[in-house]
Design a protein around this ligand. Structure first.
Ligand SMILES: Cc1cc2nc3c(=O)[nH]c(=O)nc-3n(C[C@H](O)[C@H](O)[C@H](O)COP(=O)(O)OP(=O)(O)OC[C@H]3O[C@@H](n4cnc5c(N)ncnc54)[C@H](O)[C@@H]3O)c2cc1C
Length: 744
């Protein structure tokens, strides 16, 4: 199928991208286990989950018997077991971050509350999985695994309890009010602890059999805070609390529990040692939480991406059918066939929703895959440090510091042409688990918060666009695809597991890591290289914007504001937070382009994808271009505000200041805004100098490179709107199924 926009013939997208395309884009074309998992989760999502939503189960925030049936469906479909190792009752060997992300994607395609319910169980187990002792891991993982054939038992469900009633823990995880004390410690026996914890907004609490809870020490005989495991049968109070009156995610259970329980000290997650009569937890609560959230936030990010992509089909169907059946609309007429899709804005806005959904999926899945690579390396790193006797965090940091140059060297060697690199050194560094860990960890520490921040924050805003495209229908419960629910739900995804402020705060630190910045430079070169091969992808604009981001970062690091105060500083969120936003826009667009490159390389090898590949590639190329242009524009605006916004405005009598315009520019503008030139020529005349001749004014001093980049960036947007027109053409002609494959 092809058409012509203007004079050029273009290939059009024939059908909505199916599983084969997605498997290539998100790199699980060779993972049969994950493909099966996707099918199995989809049946639950578009079956029992969709039916519950359609029947109005979201009208109540209570945990009802109908909602409870979802847990069985999760067990039977493999959703519960996806987190466990095969020996613990699971079925996927090795790292599971991509698997978890795919589960979240499929469930959130229909309802993110259901996705959250399933993932909260994994979140409860995560502290044990990441930092628990071997015994803790084996015990709780097997309890939580679904019953195997022939077994008659109910799997244990868990909750993760960090957040406390106001004024305690929320964004600030150090504000712990939950307490742990020693109540019994007989000579030679295990100490018994009293744990008091109140939770706020704790997911799965309506049915959880155990809770992993963060508590602070309230006893000189316990050295630090820690996370402890609480069980339903422990002596004391295990009160599930009142359900939270949620307006979102009603297919998950949330409440404010109260615990006051006696537990053995062996429940401290990660174990403890005893030094001079004091219990020393091996990990404080902050260390456990950090290890947990750095992985689980990726799956939350993916939920919002799924919603955006899930909106495409219902919106197309609505737009096309909008005028059918009216007397004035005859079959075969443009209005009958295209409906609202006759209107350019309706198409362009849908292209925007679609490209955002694709870019956020690309970013989220890239982060998930990165953690799949990182997990085994992390274990290797731990082994190496153990054999080297490097045990404390401080000693590890020192060891890493000493290897930084090697890591940068490795990046340079990898970028060098094969014939020109020192092969022996390259191989040595490639096989050094510490070097490889450092590099991947630096990238993952940026990709995870960026995905959580951008996918959910920008995603929630763009989800509103999707809702608006359905008109009044969009904000009713009858809206196909449950779009209004999804819009509201997106705000929770932007909030829980750390709102946007938390992600921006993390990025402030992690994007400043030397090893991340070294990789960023390589990524810019990579985009330039792609731009030279595939100019239509927007890679050129993106490479320029990435360069501008780096320039701005360096500038902010070494500059002060008009009052002499340092610009890049942890406390200066007005500087660091927008810069983190800009970075996230660029990362999402980059991941999208890399996925397109993958599709181009692997698509021809798949018979299903190969059919109609030209149209698919053209469409994805155009979507990438649209997204790259949008991201570059956003990053450019943010960078310009930061570079200029903290400078003092030049005095009007600055001899080099020409009222913002040089005389030549003013002449051109005079025809647009009559009188504009005479307003400023007084200044130019009183200065007696033409700014262009006199050199930079105080406002531009030291930032001429930035100005050049900014001009270059604008010109890099060449063709982006043509790409949007082409993508819109595909959106107006792509075939869609007769009806949505889940109820409304
Ligand atoms: C439905 C639901 C389910 C949840 N499930 C769980 C769960 O299972 N387990 C659990 O432990 N928690 C859970 N939570 C809690 C959730 O993680 C917290 O609500 C979230 O982390 C934010 O904390 P807070 O609400 O106290 O916001 P606050 O800490 O009050 O922050 C409010 C806002 O203030 C600003 N802000 C705060 N601190 C800073 C800062 N340092 N810098 C800049 N700005 C700042 C930000 O804009 C922030 O969004 C859940 C919440 C909901 C609503």
């Amino acid at each position: 199928m092809s058409t012509s926009v203007g004079k050029a013939k273009i290939d059009l997208l024939r059908t909505l991208p199916g599983d084969d395309v997605r498997q290539i884009l998100w790199r699980f074309a060779d993972r049969y286990d994950l493909q099966m998992l996707v099918q199995s989760v989809r049946e639950v999502a578009r079956g029992p989950v969709a039916r519950l939503v359609a029947q109005g189960a979201r009208h109540s925030h209570d945990w009802t018997p109908e909602k409870n049936q979802l847990l069985d469906a999760f067990d039977k479909s493999g959703i519960t077991g996806v987190f466990m190792e095969p020996e613990e009752g699971g079925f996927i060997a090795g790292p599971k971050n991509l698997a978890m992300a795919l589960v979240a994607f499929e469930l959130a395609w229909v309802d993110a509350g259901a996705a959250t319910g399933s993932l909260a169980g994994c979140l409860a187990l995560s502290p044990i999985h990441e930092r628990g002792t071997l015994e803790q891991r084996q015990h709780y993982m097997s309890l939580a695994a679904p019953a195997q054939p022939g077994e008659d038992r109910k799997p244990w469900r868990g909750s993760f309890a960090l957040t406390e009633p106001i004024p305690y823990v929320g964004v600030d995880a150090s504000m712990l009010n939950g307490k742990v004390r020693v109540v019994e410690w007989e000579q030679g026996k295990e100490p018994i602890l009293q744990v008091e914890k109140r939770g706020r907004f704790i997911t799965n609490m309506g049915f959880a059999n155990f809770v992993t809870a963060a508590v602070d020490t309230d006893d000189p005989r316990i050295k630090s805070s820690c996370m402890v495991i609480l069980e339903e049968g422990d002596p004391g109070i295990y009160d599930r609390g009142t359900p939270t009156r949620k307006m979102v995610h009603q297919l998950s259970s949330t409440s404010d529990p109260i615990f006051n329980l006696r537990v053995p000290a062996s429940r401290i997650i990660g174990g403890y040692s005893v030094k001079d009569g004091v219990i020393v937890p091996n990990f404080d609560h902050g260390e456990v939480i950090e290890a947990v959230f750095k992985r689980t936030r990726v799956t939350v990010a993916i939920m919002t991406s799924a919603k955006l992509l899930s909106a495409v089909e219902p919106v197309i169907r609505y737009q096309r059918g909008r005028y059918r059946g009216a007397e004035q609309t005859q079959p075969g007429s443009l209005r009958y066939e295209l409906g609202l899709q006759q209107r350019q804005d309706a198409l362009h806005r849908l292209v925007g929703v679609w490209s955002t959904g694709e870019a956020s999926s690309s970013l989220g899945f890239a982060a998930a895959r990165l953690y799949d690579q990182l997990d085994p390396l992390e274990r290797q790193k731990d082994e190496v440090f153990k054999t080297q006797g490097v045990t404390t965090l401080r000693a590890q940091m020192k060891a890493f510091k000493a290897l930084t140059d090697d890591a940068v060297k490795f990046l340079d060697l990898e970028a060098a042409p094969e014939g020109k690199r020192d092969v022996a050194l390259y191989d040595k560094l490639k096989n050094d688990p510490l070097v490889q860990f450092m590099l991947l960890d630096a990238a993952a520490n940026v990709l995870c918060p960026a995905a959580k921040l951008w996918n959910t924050g920008v995603g929630a805003t763009v989800m509103r666009e999707a809702v608006s495209l359905m008109g009044g229908y969009g904000i009713t419960e009858d809206c196909p695809g449950f779009l209004a629910h999804k819009w509201m739900d997106a705000q929770l995804e932007a909030t829980y597991e750390g709102p946007e402020a938390v992600q921006r705060r993390n990025l402030t630190l992690t994007m400043a890591n030397e090893l991340f910045l070294a990789q960023w430079r390589h990524w810019i070169r990579e985009m330039r290289e792609i731009a030279s091969r595939r100019p239509g992808t927007g890679a050129c604009a993106l490479a320029t914007a990435m360069t501008m981001w780096l320039w701005t970062y360096n500038f902010l690091q070494r500059s002060a504001d008009a009052h002499g105060a340092k610009l890049y500083h942890g406390q200066r969120q007005g500087v660091t937070f927008p810069l983190a936003d800009a970075l996230s826009w660029l990362l999402a667009a980059r991941c999208f382009i890399l996925d397109l490159v993958e599709l181009e390389a692997k698509g021809p090898g798949n018979p299903v994808v190969a059919e109609g590949l030209a149209g698919t590639l053209q469409f994805y190329t155009d979507l990438c271009h649209v997204q790259a242009a949008r991201s570059a524009g956003e990053a450019g605006r943010i960078c310009a505000e930061l570079v200029f916004g903290y400078r003092r405005h030049p005095a009007w009598d600055d001899p080099n200041y020409g009222g913002c315009f040089c005389a030549g520019e003013l002449d051109a503008l005079e025809s647009l805004v009559p009188g504009i030139a005479s307003c400023a020529t007084d200044v130019i005349e009183s200065n007696g100098q033409h700014p262009a001749k006199a050199g930079p004014c105080a406002g531009c001093e030291g930032v001429q490179d930035f100005l050049q980049l900014r001009t270059k960036l604008d010109s890099c947007l060449t063709g982006a709107q043509l790409a949007k027109d082409r993508a819109a053409e595909s959106v107006s002609s792509v075939m869609i199924p007769e009806a949505l494959d889940y109820p409304r």
